[in-house]
Design a protein around this ligand. Structure first.
Ligand code: PLP
Length: 383
């Protein structure tokens, strides 16, 4: 018996995706850049996939640039904003994924871009008044990079509002939508965003595939240069099977979004209820529910037992896969940068992230709750 509750890290690949990719691997071997028939067949698959994804997002196909995943898409948006679009200042948050944190730091260190961090409210939400103040302070060309949903605690940002605000000040907007693509409807035509990052493996697609959405009014160079693939925005032979897998995952996610969401919300509610009933003093980093919370993620704070890393290890032994809100380095508990940035970090309490998918069952939740009781009873209370 085991329960996989780490879907924010990655999701199981859907059987339909495996089948679509296997078909490509076994029948379409051409290089999409070749002009002969096998090449044209591969090219057709790439372009059909691009059209499928673009249609579901309400945008033109040429706005979708296939990448190796979310990290590359984040890096590309940030480096291109600086290198090609004259950005001299970036406003972001210390709670972003490391792909954004490190890429923006690199822009500061290598290109002398000014880096400003927006504040958060006590419930974890981005303080949009502070964002407006920061935008008003300077006239230099600015990129705002704020994730749609935080991967550790699930707190969400109202992208439409951020977009409108940024346009008032002439700022560009990038959002890491890795945790929300395929889980929320997105009508990009009606939103003022310039770049979005997507990763296939967070929506039951394959690892190593994703895309960067680039607003049609922007012209950017490639982060990876080589052949003229992806209209010169991404050199390298396309991952044809991965791209087909991503498009297949996208179609399934968008066509069944409401059903999946309602299933996952019921799973999460069962977990919240079970935790409250069975573990006295349990608390949540960020609200456990609510419309401004990512419904796939639940970040739990356990009382008295400060060792989250040990809890994750022991839960693994009990067959429960989840992830810790803290990381250990050189023997010192540094804690998660997100929990620290949002001031949720409590050295006396263990934080554990559980994350769910359409494949998570009630039995998985019950197994996890039983394991938690066992593990927390066994954990020594640290002084
Ligand atoms: N951004 C967020 C919010 C993520 O959760 C992840 C995945 O861990 C990434 C970016 C990186 O995506 P990828 O694994 O496709 O590089």
């Amino acid at each position: 018996m085991h329960a996989y509750l780490d879907n924010a890290a990655t999701t199981p690949v859907a059987p339909e995706v495996v089948k679509a990719m296997t078909d490509v691997h076994s029948t379409v071997y051409g290089n999409p850049s070749s002009t002969h028939l096998p090449g044209r067949k591969a090219k057709a698959l790439v372009e059909t996939s691009r059209r499928t994804i673009a249609k579901l997002l309400g945008v033109a196909p040429r706005t979708i640039c296939f990448t190796s995943g979310g990290t590359e898409a984040d890096n590309h948006a940030i480096q291109a904003a600086v290198g090609c679009l004259g950005v001299k200042r970036i406003i972001t948050s210390e709670a972003e994924h490391s792909a954004v944190i490190k890429s923006t730091q690199m822009a500061r260190d290598q290109h002398h871009v000014e880096l400003n961090y927006v504040r958060h409210h006590s419930d974890g939400r981005v303080d949009l008044d502070h964002l407006a103040q920061l935008l008003a302070q300077k006239k230099s060309k600015t990129l705002v990079s704020l994730m749609h949903a935080n991967n550790e605690v699930g707190v969400m940002t109202d992208l439409a509002r951020v977009g409108t605000l940024c346009k008032e000040y002439g700022a560009l907007v990038h959002s890491d939508t890795v945790q929300t693509m395929g889980h929320y409807p997105m009508d990009l035509e009606s939103m003022d965003v310039d770049f979005l990052a997507c990763s296939a493996h967070k929506l039951h697609g394959p690892k190593g595939t994703g895309f960067l959405y680039v607003h049609p009014s922007l012209n950017i160079d490639g982060l990876i240069v080589g052949g003229g693939q992806e209209r010169l925005m991404r050199g390298g032979t396309e991952n044809v099977a991965g791209i087909v897998g991503l498009a297949t995952a996208f179609e399934i996610a968008f066509e069944n979004m409401e059903v999946h969401e309602s299933h996952i919300r019921s799973i999460k509610a069962r977990m919240v209820q079970g935790l409250k009933e069975r573990i006295p003093g349990v608390a949540f980093n960020g609200d456990s529910d609510g419309d401004d919370r990512l419904y796939t993620v639940l970040n739990v704070q356990f009382p008295e037992h400060p060792n989250g890393g040990m809890a994750v290890f022991l839960l693994d032994l009990e067959g429960v896969a989840c992830s810790g809100g803290s990381a250990c380095s050189s023997g010192a508990t540094l804690g998660s940068h997100v929990l620290r940035a949002l001031q949720f970090h409590n050295p006396d309490k263990a934080s554990v992230r559980f994350s769910f998918s359409r494949y998570t069952t009630n039995a998985d939740i019950d197994l996890a709750l039983d394991a938690l009781i066992k593990v927390f009873a066994a954990l020594p209370v640290e002084a």
